[in-house]
Design a protein around this ligand. Structure first.
Ligand SMILES: C[S@@+](CC[C@H](N)C(=O)[O-])C[C@H]1O[C@@H](n2cnc3c(N)ncnc32)[C@H](O)[C@@H]1O
Length: 219
Protein backbone atom coordinates (compact mmCIF):
# COMPACT_ATOMS: atom_id res chain seq x y z
CA UNK A 1 0.00 0.00 0.00
CA UNK A 2 1.34 3.41 -0.92
CA UNK A 3 2.29 5.56 2.06
CA UNK A 4 0.28 8.74 2.52
CA UNK A 5 2.29 11.86 1.81
CA UNK A 6 2.11 14.22 4.80
CA UNK A 7 2.41 17.99 4.54
CA UNK A 8 5.95 17.92 5.91
CA UNK A 9 7.07 15.50 3.20
CA UNK A 10 5.74 17.47 0.26
CA UNK A 11 9.15 18.93 -0.56
CA UNK A 12 10.56 15.47 -1.43
CA UNK A 13 14.24 14.55 -1.48
CA UNK A 14 17.00 17.14 -1.58
CA UNK A 15 17.47 18.36 -5.13
CA UNK A 16 14.02 17.13 -6.19
CA UNK A 17 11.95 19.78 -7.98
CA UNK A 18 9.38 21.28 -5.62
CA UNK A 19 5.70 21.54 -6.47
CA UNK A 20 4.31 25.04 -6.90
CA UNK A 21 2.25 24.77 -3.68
CA UNK A 22 5.33 23.82 -1.70
CA UNK A 23 7.31 26.77 -3.07
CA UNK A 24 4.43 29.04 -2.10
CA UNK A 25 4.37 27.49 1.40
CA UNK A 26 8.11 27.97 1.79
CA UNK A 27 7.83 31.58 0.65
CA UNK A 28 5.37 32.57 3.40
CA UNK A 29 7.03 30.43 6.06
CA UNK A 30 10.46 31.96 5.39
CA UNK A 31 9.01 35.43 5.17
CA UNK A 32 7.26 34.99 8.55
CA UNK A 33 10.54 33.83 10.11
CA UNK A 34 12.53 36.74 8.75
CA UNK A 35 9.79 39.23 9.73
CA UNK A 36 9.81 37.86 13.32
CA UNK A 37 6.41 36.11 13.32
CA UNK A 38 5.68 32.61 14.61
CA UNK A 39 3.29 31.64 11.80
CA UNK A 40 2.68 32.57 8.21
CA UNK A 41 -1.02 33.14 9.02
CA UNK A 42 0.06 36.65 9.98
CA UNK A 43 -0.06 37.59 6.27
CA UNK A 44 -3.78 36.79 6.14
CA UNK A 45 -4.50 39.30 8.90
CA UNK A 46 -2.05 41.88 7.56
CA UNK A 47 -3.67 41.71 4.12
CA UNK A 48 -7.14 42.24 5.59
CA UNK A 49 -5.77 45.12 7.66
CA UNK A 50 -4.01 46.71 4.69
CA UNK A 51 -7.24 46.60 2.68
CA UNK A 52 -9.48 47.95 5.44
CA UNK A 53 -7.17 49.89 7.85
CA UNK A 54 -8.56 48.13 10.91
CA UNK A 55 -6.12 48.73 13.74
CA UNK A 56 -5.38 51.98 15.55
CA UNK A 57 -3.17 52.82 18.54
CA UNK A 58 -4.91 52.43 21.89
CA UNK A 59 -7.38 49.75 20.83
CA UNK A 60 -8.28 46.75 22.98
CA UNK A 61 -8.32 43.53 20.94
CA UNK A 62 -9.48 40.01 21.83
CA UNK A 63 -7.71 37.35 19.73
CA UNK A 64 -9.40 33.91 19.86
CA UNK A 65 -7.25 30.94 18.82
CA UNK A 66 -4.09 32.96 19.23
CA UNK A 67 -1.41 30.23 19.34
CA UNK A 68 1.46 30.48 18.39
CA UNK A 69 0.92 34.23 18.49
CA UNK A 70 1.47 35.83 15.10
CA UNK A 71 -1.93 37.59 14.87
CA UNK A 72 -1.56 38.83 18.46
CA UNK A 73 1.89 40.17 17.70
CA UNK A 74 0.74 41.89 14.50
CA UNK A 75 -2.26 43.43 16.29
CA UNK A 76 -0.09 44.50 19.26
CA UNK A 77 2.40 46.26 16.99
CA UNK A 78 -0.53 48.09 15.40
CA UNK A 79 -2.21 49.22 18.63
CA UNK A 80 0.98 50.08 20.62
CA UNK A 81 2.11 51.93 22.64
CA UNK A 82 -0.95 51.95 24.88
CA UNK A 83 -3.34 49.37 23.44
CA UNK A 84 -3.79 45.80 24.64
CA UNK A 85 -4.28 42.43 22.97
CA UNK A 86 -5.70 39.53 24.96
CA UNK A 87 -5.01 36.23 23.25
CA UNK A 88 -6.91 33.06 24.12
CA UNK A 89 -5.97 29.53 23.10
CA UNK A 90 -6.24 26.05 24.58
CA UNK A 91 -2.48 25.77 23.91
CA UNK A 92 -0.32 27.77 26.35
CA UNK A 93 1.07 30.75 24.43
CA UNK A 94 4.01 32.93 25.43
CA UNK A 95 2.99 36.58 24.96
CA UNK A 96 4.72 37.56 21.71
CA UNK A 97 4.82 41.31 22.50
CA UNK A 98 4.76 43.47 25.68
CA UNK A 99 1.21 44.64 24.82
CA UNK A 100 -0.14 41.08 24.72
CA UNK A 101 -1.59 39.06 27.60
CA UNK A 102 -2.45 35.42 26.98
CA UNK A 103 -5.00 33.11 28.58
CA UNK A 104 -4.92 29.33 28.31
CA UNK A 105 -8.51 28.18 27.93
CA UNK A 106 -10.92 26.40 25.68
CA UNK A 107 -13.20 29.09 24.22
CA UNK A 108 -16.25 27.01 25.19
CA UNK A 109 -15.19 27.33 28.88
CA UNK A 110 -13.79 30.84 28.87
CA UNK A 111 -14.39 32.55 32.21
CA UNK A 112 -15.16 36.25 32.39
CA UNK A 113 -11.94 37.45 34.11
CA UNK A 114 -10.50 38.74 30.82
CA UNK A 115 -13.16 41.48 30.78
CA UNK A 116 -11.35 43.27 33.64
CA UNK A 117 -8.72 44.47 31.17
CA UNK A 118 -11.33 46.05 28.92
CA UNK A 119 -14.12 47.33 31.17
CA UNK A 120 -15.58 49.32 28.29
CA UNK A 121 -15.38 46.40 25.91
CA UNK A 122 -13.14 45.51 22.99
CA UNK A 123 -12.66 47.45 19.77
CA UNK A 124 -12.21 44.16 17.93
CA UNK A 125 -12.59 40.42 18.28
CA UNK A 126 -10.43 38.28 16.00
CA UNK A 127 -10.92 34.56 15.46
CA UNK A 128 -8.45 32.40 13.57
CA UNK A 129 -9.81 29.38 15.47
CA UNK A 130 -9.43 26.15 13.55
CA UNK A 131 -10.67 22.67 14.45
CA UNK A 132 -8.45 19.60 14.43
CA UNK A 133 -9.23 18.49 10.90
CA UNK A 134 -10.37 14.95 10.12
CA UNK A 135 -10.12 15.17 6.33
CA UNK A 136 -13.88 14.54 6.19
CA UNK A 137 -15.14 17.71 4.61
CA UNK A 138 -18.63 17.86 6.21
CA UNK A 139 -17.24 17.18 9.67
CA UNK A 140 -14.48 19.79 9.37
CA UNK A 141 -16.89 22.42 8.02
CA UNK A 142 -19.38 21.76 10.82
CA UNK A 143 -16.65 22.04 13.49
CA UNK A 144 -15.32 25.23 11.95
CA UNK A 145 -18.81 26.73 11.98
CA UNK A 146 -19.25 25.78 15.67
CA UNK A 147 -16.05 27.67 16.49
CA UNK A 148 -17.16 30.65 14.39
CA UNK A 149 -20.54 30.67 16.14
CA UNK A 150 -18.89 30.59 19.58
CA UNK A 151 -16.55 33.42 18.51
CA UNK A 152 -19.58 35.40 17.32
CA UNK A 153 -21.27 34.93 20.71
CA UNK A 154 -18.13 36.17 22.47
CA UNK A 155 -17.92 39.14 20.07
CA UNK A 156 -21.59 39.97 20.66
CA UNK A 157 -21.04 40.09 24.44
CA UNK A 158 -17.71 41.92 24.43
CA UNK A 159 -17.46 44.34 21.50
CA UNK A 160 -17.87 48.06 21.94
CA UNK A 161 -20.45 49.72 19.71
CA UNK A 162 -18.96 50.18 16.21
CA UNK A 163 -16.35 47.48 16.88
CA UNK A 164 -15.33 44.88 14.32
CA UNK A 165 -15.07 41.10 14.13
CA UNK A 166 -12.75 39.11 11.86
CA UNK A 167 -13.50 35.38 11.69
CA UNK A 168 -12.11 32.43 9.77
CA UNK A 169 -14.56 29.83 8.48
CA UNK A 170 -14.32 26.76 6.28
CA UNK A 171 -17.05 27.43 3.74
CA UNK A 172 -19.78 24.78 3.74
CA UNK A 173 -23.52 24.61 3.12
CA UNK A 174 -24.39 26.20 6.49
CA UNK A 175 -22.11 29.18 5.98
CA UNK A 176 -24.67 31.40 4.20
CA UNK A 177 -27.43 31.04 6.83
CA UNK A 178 -24.81 31.68 9.53
CA UNK A 179 -23.66 34.84 7.75
CA UNK A 180 -27.26 36.08 7.36
CA UNK A 181 -27.67 35.95 11.15
CA UNK A 182 -24.25 37.41 11.90
CA UNK A 183 -24.83 40.34 9.52
CA UNK A 184 -27.78 41.53 11.63
CA UNK A 185 -25.39 42.50 14.43
CA UNK A 186 -23.15 44.69 12.22
CA UNK A 187 -23.60 47.41 9.64
CA UNK A 188 -21.15 46.08 7.02
CA UNK A 189 -19.64 42.77 6.00
CA UNK A 190 -16.93 41.60 3.59
CA UNK A 191 -15.83 38.12 2.60
CA UNK A 192 -12.09 38.01 2.04
CA UNK A 193 -9.81 35.30 0.73
CA UNK A 194 -6.28 36.56 1.38
CA UNK A 195 -3.48 35.73 -1.07
CA UNK A 196 -1.67 33.91 1.75
CA UNK A 197 -4.47 31.29 1.92
CA UNK A 198 -3.50 27.93 0.42
CA UNK A 199 -5.07 27.51 -3.01
CA UNK A 200 -6.76 24.21 -2.04
CA UNK A 201 -8.13 25.52 1.26
CA UNK A 202 -11.84 26.20 1.72
CA UNK A 203 -11.15 28.79 4.40
CA UNK A 204 -12.37 32.32 4.01
CA UNK A 205 -12.39 35.28 6.35
CA UNK A 206 -15.41 37.38 7.15
CA UNK A 207 -14.97 40.94 8.32
CA UNK A 208 -18.05 42.26 10.10
CA UNK A 209 -17.73 45.91 11.06
CA UNK A 210 -19.86 48.59 12.70
CA UNK A 211 -21.12 46.49 15.63
CA UNK A 212 -24.64 47.69 16.44
CA UNK A 213 -24.30 47.12 20.22
CA UNK A 214 -25.05 44.39 22.69
CA UNK A 215 -28.75 45.03 22.48
CA UNK A 216 -28.69 44.12 18.77
CA UNK A 217 -31.12 41.23 18.46
CA UNK A 218 -31.06 38.34 16.12
CA UNK A 219 -34.11 37.69 13.99
C1 LIG B 1 -4.63 28.47 12.88
S1 LIG B 1 -4.24 28.41 14.59
C2 LIG B 1 -4.16 30.11 15.02
C3 LIG B 1 -2.92 30.81 14.51
C4 LIG B 1 -2.75 32.20 15.11
N1 LIG B 1 -3.79 33.11 14.61
C5 LIG B 1 -1.43 32.82 14.76
O1 LIG B 1 -1.40 33.62 13.81
O2 LIG B 1 -0.43 32.51 15.43
C6 LIG B 1 -5.79 27.92 15.29
C7 LIG B 1 -5.78 27.82 16.80
O3 LIG B 1 -7.11 27.58 17.26
C8 LIG B 1 -6.98 26.92 18.51
N2 LIG B 1 -8.26 26.33 18.93
C9 LIG B 1 -9.03 25.47 18.23
N3 LIG B 1 -10.13 25.15 18.94
C10 LIG B 1 -10.05 25.82 20.11
C11 LIG B 1 -10.89 25.91 21.26
N4 LIG B 1 -12.05 25.22 21.34
N5 LIG B 1 -10.53 26.73 22.26
C12 LIG B 1 -9.36 27.41 22.21
N6 LIG B 1 -8.51 27.38 21.14
C13 LIG B 1 -8.85 26.58 20.12
C14 LIG B 1 -5.89 25.89 18.26
O4 LIG B 1 -5.31 25.48 19.48
C15 LIG B 1 -4.94 26.67 17.35
O5 LIG B 1 -3.84 27.20 18.09
Amino acid sequence: MAAKKGRGQAGGKPGQKKRQGQRWDDHYTHKAKSDGFAARSVYKLSEIDKRRKLFKPGQRILDLGCHPGSWSKYAAQSIAPDGLVIGVDRNPTTPPHPNVKTITSDIFNLNADFKQDAPQGFHAVLSDLAPDTTGIRDVDEARSLELAQRALEIAHKNLRPNGFFVVKIFQGPDFKPWLEEAKKLFSTHNIIRPDATRKKSREIFVLLAGFRGQSAVEG
